[in-house]
Design a protein around this ligand. Sequence first.
Ligand code: RIB
Length: 288
Amino acid sequence: MGAWPRVVVLGSVNMDLVTRVGRRPAPGETVMGTEFVTVPGGKGANQAVAAARSGAQVRFVGAVGADGFGVELTATLVAAGVDVGLLRRVDGASGVASIVVDAGGENSIIVVAGANGLVRELTDGELAAIAQADVLLCQLEIPVETVLVAARHARAAGTVVAVNPSPVRPLPDELWDVVDIAIVNSLEFEHYSTELGQVPHLVRTLGADGAVYRGADGEVVAPGRRVEVVDTTGAGDAFAGAFVARWGQGPEMALNWANAAGAVATTSLGASSSIPDRARIAAELDAD
Ligand code: RIB
């Protein structure tokens, strides 16, 4: 794998409908929000943008709907330098995420899959792209069966399989057999603790406390970085995309790079809009 790997991201694209509030409402309660914005997001698209902004050559496999959101979501990927030649435009609505962000930067998210739920099979062209890539990066906002087909195909072709198993869902055991790199937060770490034991490279993000990598050659720790948190939405995606973009330079480089990317992503509102590029990540690391 070269310094700048060829990455295929298979995953979701959503339009995020983001509301800021002082505190998130309790069940049955109405609270007044302070700001509302629409921001391109989706775990797949965010991770693709993050990998591209970190310097990887990224192709995206997924689907948007035949609506205005689909046009805007596609344009955002293109602007970030992501190859959208394999992005499908299907009948119906694009995926949307309703997001509430509180004063502490913590969020609650409801996703309606829309077009993402229609990615149920992979075309010959998509499979060929996966086989030609250095790394396949997947999450779980598209049908799990499709993730399994892609991961098996990648493994057979010698493509590194990286999975961010988010949001938590039941997964077939066969998927874990072909995962090379798992990137999880603490909630996912607890949920998949048994299965993660068999994954060769495990990366655990710890929120404000940084991240830890564990592999056959030992452990690497990246301590938490001091930043002014505005919105944590997409920080995990910024981390995952940045990590795979630097995977060819070894776990220590990848972890520290991704840790800085994730930290910077918390300092402004929105998901894809807050993902830093190479220069910004390098500046963050230079400040150490
Ligand atoms: O991980 C953050 C993302 O989760 C948001 O962009 C939203 O679209 C949901 O998919």
